[in-house]
Design a protein around this ligand. Structure first.
Ligand SMILES: Cc1cc2nc3c(=O)[nH]c(=O)nc-3n(C[C@H](O)[C@H](O)[C@H](O)COP(=O)(O)OP(=O)(O)OC[C@H]3O[C@@H](n4cnc5c(N)ncnc54)[C@H](O)[C@@H]3O)c2cc1C
Length: 477
């Protein structure tokens, strides 16, 4: 198998908002490589619907900060929330300088409101296609010092004497070694581990595994957000919370408002709504009869419902895996505890979301902390060495079987017995040195699920196979 080599000052793993923001703010005299596992645009950032929360038009960021703390039930880190909301006041203006156009209503912005926000402060673009519009414009703005490589699966980071100096990957089926003075993990969340998710399938917690193998700390992995409203069809898709912000209510088959007991009604924090819906038997619908200008404000949803023959006035919904609050522990500049390794976006645990993220705060987090990572990066000057890669020696059928087991326990009410069973089944897998792209991909996914299971069970994370203890052997020329 041929080996292809690349070299840059900084390697950013990901092409979503966290990665692109970081790349846009790195000084132009440094070379940057951005890699995506599949197509450039296959990211959760591109799927974002509701928009970006910012107190840009408010007197201060205090109310946004209070809402973020309240939604997390005071489990967010207040100093980090302060950074997010205070620096986030400039985000809209900063993105506009890169050419992003947010939706307007007459002379002013057409602001949305979502669950647990006291006020309308969600800036959106293209109605419910904010992610696609924002990402398209920001990617167009990437300068010449940034090179993008698609279909690159990073399966291992390269560490030399405790310092991260690059990565080993497959570009399609070809091996590729990328030498870099610093590596930024912007690999997103974990939704692709299960079928009932709003996420793209390729986002499967790889960054957690890569970081863990080279000794970075992972925190609060058990903090997983389930979205109350995925379209209850064969292929689940998100039904944005902005729809409830615009007046839609959650009803049962008899037309009863299922969140009537809550002060915030259908706009209660996500975890509370998702739990109520999970515990109820029978179908749940979003009643949109009170929403004005439905087709104008939610064009993508209207089109999807039309294509699937769903009545837009009564949309069937159910909860599903949406967002990961836990992740790689970082300081307030996105540094992990490992030299040369940074993390940003959904893969990082900055502490801003606590146990429950406030709607539309994650794109904001990507921007605010992406800028900070770009400022903090220091380059390592160390030889690029590689180690032998290992992967689980399993057939695709066996992998599919194990993946379907993950779907049985990774729910809002985790089934602990199923989880223990999964850990046992994966514990006994054998390793091979004959690594292919497919085996690497399967291994990363299973290891990410193992890390989550161990956290949910409150176990210390210690992998029997301990891929992190491998020594570095080959010098890259
Ligand atoms: C349907 C949906 C709607 C949402 N709506 C909103 C919203 O309105 N507002 C809001 O604030 N948030 C929203 N979110 C959440 C938000 O979109 C995400 O949290 C955010 O976009 C994450 O950005 P990211 O850059 O960290 O990761 P992503 O955008 O998910 O990008 C991950 C990148 O990592 C790459 N990658 C992963 N593993 C590897 C690997 N091993 N090798 C190489 N590359 C790899 C992927 O290819 C991809 O390019 C929504 C999420 C979803 C799913």
């Amino acid at each position: 198998m041929s080996l292809h080599k690349e070299k840059a000052d900084i390697l950013i793993i990901g092409t979503g908002l966290a990665a692109v923001t970081t790349a846009l703010h790195i000084p132009s005299d440094l070379s940057v490589i951005l890699v995506s596992k599949s197509e450039l645009t296959e990211t959760n950032s591109d799927l974002a619907q509701g928009g970006i929360a910012s107190s840009y038009l408010e007197e201060t960021s205090e109310a946004h900060k209070a809402d973020t703390m309240f939604a997390s039930n005071m489990t967010s880190c207040i100093e980090r929330v302060d950074i997010l909301t205070a620096e986030g006041r400039q985000t809209i203006e900063e993105m506009e300088r890169f050419g992003v156009r947010f939706d307007r209503d007459g002379d002013g912005y057409d602001l949305g409101r979502e669950g647990a926000h006291q006020t309308h402060r969600i800036f959106h673009a293209g109605g419910d296609e904010t992610g696609r519009h924002v990402m398209r414009q920001l990617r167009r703005s990437l300068p010449d010092n940034v090179k993008v490589l698609e279909h690159v699966l990073v399966h291992d980071l390269v560490v030399w004497q405790g310092r991260v100096v690059g990565a080993m990957a497959f570009q399609r089926e070809e091996r590729i070694h990328i030498e870099a003075g610093a590596v930024v993990l912007a690999t997103g969340g974990i939704g692709g581990l299960v079928d009932w998710t709003s996420n793209v399938r390729t986002v499967t917690g790889d960054g957690l595994v890569l970081a863990n193998r080279c000794g970075a700390e992972l925190t609060h992995l058990q903090r997983i957000q389930f979205h109350p409203t995925l379209l209850a069809t064969e292929e689940p898709r998100l039904v944005t919370e902005a729809l409830r912000g615009a007046g839609a209510t959650l009803i049962d088959a008899d037309g009863r408002h299922v969140m009537a007991h809550h002060l915030l009604g259908s706009l209660a924090p996500r975890d509370e709504v998702a739990r109520v819906l999970t515990e109820r038997n029978g179908p749940i619908y979003l009643d949109t009869t009170n929403v004005t200008r439905l087709h104008d404000r939610f064009p993508k949803l209207a089109l999807t419902c039309d294509e699937l023959g769903i009545d837009l006035r009564q949309i069937p919904v159910r909860p599903g895996l949406h967002f990961h609050m836990g992740g790689i522990e970082v300081d307030d500049m996105g540094r992990t505890g490992v030299d040369g390794l940074y993390a940003v976006g959904e893969v990082a645990d900055t502490g801003v979301h606590g146990a429950n993220r406030l709607a539309s705060n994650s794109l904001l987090e990507c921007w605010v902390f992406g800028k900070r990572v770009a400022q903090a990066i220091q380059l390592n000057d160390a030889p690029f060495t590689t180690s032998e890669s290992l992967a689980y020696d399993i057939s695709f059928e066996m992998f599919q079987e194990l993946r379907s087991q993950i779907g049985n326990w990774l729910t809002i009410s985790p089934n602990l017995e199923e989880m223990k069973c999964f850990l046992q089944n994966t514990q006994s897998l054998t390793l091979t040195k004959h690594v292919t792209r497919q085996l690497s991909e399967q291994t990363l996914l299973l290891d990410a699920a193992r890390l989550l299971a161990q956290s949910i069970l409150g176990m210390e994370r210690h992998d029997e196979h301990d891929l992190s203890t491998r020594t570095t052997t080959t010098v890259f020329e």
